[in-house]
Design a binder for this molecule. Structure first.
Ligand SMILES: *[C@@H]1O[C@H](CO)[C@@H](O)[C@H](O)[C@H]1NC(C)=O
Ligand SMILES: *[C@@H]1O[C@H](CO)[C@@H](O)[C@H](O)[C@H]1NC(C)=O
Ligand SMILES: *[C@@H]1O[C@H](CO)[C@@H](O)[C@H](O)[C@H]1NC(C)=O
Ligand SMILES: *[C@@H]1O[C@H](CO)[C@@H](O)[C@H](O)[C@H]1NC(C)=O
Ligand SMILES: *[C@@H]1O[C@H](CO)[C@@H](O)[C@H](O)[C@H]1NC(C)=O
Ligand SMILES: *[C@@H]1O[C@H](CO)[C@@H](O)[C@H](O)[C@H]1NC(C)=O
Ligand SMILES: *[C@@H]1O[C@H](CO)[C@@H](O)[C@H](O)[C@H]1NC(C)=O
Ligand SMILES: *[C@@H]1O[C@H](CO)[C@@H](O)[C@H](O)[C@H]1NC(C)=O
Length: 538
C-alpha cells in the first residue's frame, strides 16, 4: 500500500501548483464563453471555513478546516438550460478532477461534499442541478421541462465540462484523471452521466443510486400508502418500528453464522413475523393481524398488472430508518413519491396518493421525465474508454431498497455477460451490512459503515476528509477507484470502519471487509469479530 501511495504522490507531483491565472472573478471569466458567468471567486487560506451563500437552502452547512483554495461559483444560461456550479481549486492540486453529487430533488451546490473532496487535493465541483430547493420538494418541476432535464442529466454534464475547462485554465495544465463520487440521487447522476457521456470520468463511485427514477419515485408513494391513513387499524405507528427491528435482529442476526447485532445476510433469514402478534400474553411491542398484513406488504416486492415486477421491497434490517417513508407526520407518503407524480408527471397538486394506480407507472415508463432514469444497462462505451465503476449500497437502507442495486447489477450483467464481457473487469458492486442510506448505522447495530463514500465525511464530523488513520485504497473507496484507474489494481474488498461514537476523537470499534457481489462476509470462527482480519469474502 505504501508503494501505491508513493506512486500516487509521484504522479501528483507532476501537476503544477503554480496557477496561471489568479483567483478573481475577472481572471476566471476568461476561461468561459458568454454562456457562463463567474458569480464570485475568493481565495481561502488553509483551515478556512467556506460560508455557504444564504440562497443555497439544500446544503446550508459550511465546510470547515479546508485546504487553501480558490472558491468559485459559476452560473450558466444555455437555451432552456439554466444552472450553476461551485468549484474549489486547491493551491496544492493533486492534478485530478472530482465531481460530487446531490440528493433527492435538491437543487443546490453541495459545498460540504466538495470540502471532503478538497481534502484529497482534487479540483472539486458540485452542480446545483438547475434549480433551488430542498431535497424533498419537487414543486419546481411542474411544467418545467428545462429544469427537469437539467436535474435529470444536463446540469451535471455541462457543469463537468465547464469546471474542467476552468481547472485547466487556472493551472494551465491538463487534468491527469477525472473522478465522480455521489450517493442516492448522486449515485444516479454518476450512472446516468457515464451512460450518456462516458468520456467525462475515468472512475465513478456510485452509492445507493436512485437510478430507477421512474419506478422508485412512484413506489415511494405506494409504499407510504401501505401504512396510511394514520387513523386506520392497519397503521403501524412508528413507536413499533423498534420492536419490529428487534424481532428481525433476533431471528436474522445469526443467519450469517455470527451473532453480532449485524444482519448481514437478510435473504438467508426465514423471517416469521407472527412472533410479533399481539396475544393476551403479549400486549405491548406487538402487532395486530391487520398490522401484520401491512408489514407483509412492506417486505414484499411491488408487482402490478400481469405480474409485472415494478420495484423491490425494503430489506429486513432496514426498520430503524423507516420513519421518512412509513412514519411521517403529515399523513401522506414522503413528498419524494407524490411530488414526482404531481410535478414531474404533471398530474398536478390535486392528484393525491389515494389516486395511485398502474397508470402512474405506465406514464412514467413512457415519459421518463428529464431522461433521469439510469437504465441504459449497456455500459460497454464506458468500458471501452477505460472507465471503472464502484457501486455500493447499505443493507439497512430505509429510503432506497437495497434490492434495487442488486437488480441494477443483475440487469447490467444480463446485458454484458452474453457479449463476453467480464463485469468485474470494470464494474464492482459492494453491499454494506448494517449501513443505512449512504451513511451511518443505528446505535444498537454498530456496523462498520465508513469508507469515505459520498456524504460520509460530514456525518463523521466537520472538516473530515478521507478515512482518518487509514488513508489507503483498502479503506477508502475513492482511493480504491483511483488505484484501479491509475494503476490497474482492482479492489477485491473494501474495509469499512466504525468508530465508537462516530466521531474522530474516539477509537475504532469494528472494521470489516465489504465483499464484492455476490460474495458474502464469512467469519473465520477465531479471534475478535471486530477485527477485519478475522473475516473473508466467500
Ligand atoms: C483550524 O480552525 C479551527 C476552527 O475552525 C481551529 O479550532 C483550529 O485551531 C485551526 N487549526 C489550525 C492548525 O490552525
Ligand atoms: C449549450 O447547449 C448545447 C446544446 O445542448 C451544447 O451542445 C453546448 O455544449 C452547451 N454549451 C455550454 C457552454 O454548455
Ligand atoms: C417548495 O418549493 C416551493 C417553490 O419552489 C415553495 O413555494 C414551497 O414553500 C416549498 N415547500 C417547502 C415545504 O419547502
Ligand atoms: C399465557 O401465559 C400463561 C401464564 O404464564 C400460560 O399459562 C399460558 O400457557 C400462556 N398462553 C399461551 C397461549 O402462551
Ligand atoms: C395484461 O395482459 C393481457 C393479456 O395478455 C393484455 O391484454 C393486457 O394489455 C395486459 N395489460 C397491461 C397493462 O399490460
Ligand atoms: C395523523 O396525521 C395528522 C395530520 O398530519 C396528525 O395531525 C395526527 O397527529 C396524526 N395522528 C397520528 C395518530 O399519528
Ligand atoms: C433522452 O435520452 C435518449 C437516449 O437515451 C435520447 O435519444 C433522447 O434524445 C433524450 N431526450 C432528451 C429530451 O434529452
Ligand atoms: C462515547 O460516548 C459516550 C457517551 O457520550 C462516552 O461515555 C464514551 O466515553 C465515548 N467513547 C469514546 C471512545 O469516546
Amino acid at each position: 500500500m505504501k508503494t501505491t501511495q508513493t506512486r500516487l504522490a509521484a504522479v501528483a507531483a507532476l501537476a503544477s501548483s503554480v496557477t496561471a491565472i489568479d483567483c478573481s472573478k475577472d481572471s476566471l471569466q476568461s476561461a468561459f464563453s458568454s454562456l457562463a458567468t463567474v458569480d464570485f471567486a475568493t481565495w481561502m487560506p488553509a483551515n478556512s471555513t467556506f460560508t455557504v451563500p444564504k440562497a443555497d437552502i439544500a446544503y446550508p452547512t459550511s465546510p470547515t478546516q479546508l485546504r487553501a483554495a480558490c472558491a468559485v461559483q459559476v452560473s450558466v444560461k444555455n437555451g432552456t438550460s439554466n444552472y450553476g456550479f461551485g468549484v474549489f481549486l486547491p493551491d496544492d492540486w493533486n492534478g485530478r478532477f472530482l465531481a460530487v453529487g446531490n440528493g433527492g430533488f435538491a437543487g443546490g451546490i453541495n459545498w460540504l461534499d466538495m470540502g471532503a473532496g478538497l481534502g484529497y487535493g482534487f479540483a472539486v465541483m458540485s452542480t446545483d442541478t438547475g434549480h433551488n430547493s430542498l431535497n424533498n420538494n419537487g414543486t419546481w418541476a411542474y411544467h418545467n421541462e428545462g429544469a427537469v432535464l437539467d436535474w435529470g442529466y444536463r446540469a451535471m454534464h455541462g457543469s463537468t465540462v465547464l469546471a474542467k475547462q476552468l481547472t485547466t485554465a487556472y493551472y494551465a495544465n491538463d487534468i491527469l484523471y477525472s473522478y465522480y463520487s455521489g450517493c442516492s440521487t448522486g449515485g444516479r447522476q454518476g450512472l446516468r452521466n457515464l451512460q450518456l457521456y462516458p468520456e467525462d470520468f475515468d472512475g465513478v463511485v456510485a452509492g445507493a443510486p436512485a437510478w430507477w427514477t421512474n419506478h422508485l419515485q412512484p413506489w415511494t408513494s405506494k409504499v407510504g400508502s401501505y401504512n396510511l391513513p394514520n387513523t386506520s387499524a392497519h397503521h403501524i405507528p412508528p413507536s413499533l418500528f423498534p420492536a419490529i427491528g428487534a424481532e428481525v435482529m433476533r431471528q436474522c442476526d445469526g443467519a450469517d453464522g455470527v451473532i453480532d447485532t449485524i444482519v448481514s445476510d437478510p435473504n438467508a433469514c426465514d423471517f416469521n413475523p407472527d412472533y410479533l402478534l399481539c396475544t393476551p400474553n403479549k400486549t405491548t411491542s406487538c402487532l395486530t393481524p391487520v398490522q401484520l398484513n401491512t408489514l407483509h406488504q412492506i417486505y414484499s416486492d411491488y408487482v402490478d398488472t400481469n405480474q409485472t415486477f415494478v420495484f423491490p421491497h425494503l430489506w429486513l434490517g432496514s426498520e430503524a430508518q423507516w420513519i421518512p417513508l412509513l412514519g411521517g407526520t403529515s399523513n401522506t407518503p414522503n413528498n419524494l413519491g407524490p411530488h414526482y407524480i404531481q410535478y414531474f408527471l404533471n398530474r398536478g397538486p390535486s392528484w393525491q396518493w389515494q389516486d395511485f394506480d398502474y397508470g402512474v407507472i405506465q406514464q412514467a415508463d413512457a415519459t421518463d421525465p428529464g431522461n433521469a432514469t439510469a437504465d441504459d444497462f449497456d455500459l460497454s462505451p464506458f468500458l471501452a474508454r477505460g472507465g471503472k465503476l464502484l457501486h455500493y449500497h447499505g443493507m439497512s437502507d430505509g429510503l432506497i431498497p437495497t434490492g434495487s442495486s442488486v437488480y441494477l447489477h443483475s440487469q447490467i450483467l444480463r446485458t454484458l455477460a452474453p457479449k463476453g464481457i467480464n463485469l468485474d473487469s470494470f464494474y464492482r458492486f459492494f453491499l454494506v451490512p448494517g449501513m443505512q442510506h449512504c451513511t451511518a448505522t443505528p446505535s444498537n447495530i454498530n456496523a462498520p459503515w465508513y469508507f469515505a463514500g459520498a456524504n460520509q465525511a460530514a456525518t463523521l464530523g466537520s472538516g473530515v476528509s478521507g478515512v482518518p488513520g487509514f488513508r489507503d485504497a483498502k479503506h477508502d473507496i475513492l482511493l480504491a477507484v483511483m488505484q484501479w484507474v491509475e494503476m490497474g489494481v482492482a479492489p477485491e474488498e473494501i474495509v469499512a470502519t466504525k468508530w465508537v461514537n462516530d466521531t474522530l476523537q474516539d477509537k475504532v470499534l469494528r472494521q470489516r471487509p465489504l465483499c464484492m457481489w455476490p460474495k458474502k462476509q464469512k467469519w473465520s470462527g477465531e479471534g475478535d469479530v471486530n477485527d477485519a482480519d478475522t473475516w473473508s469474502c466467500q
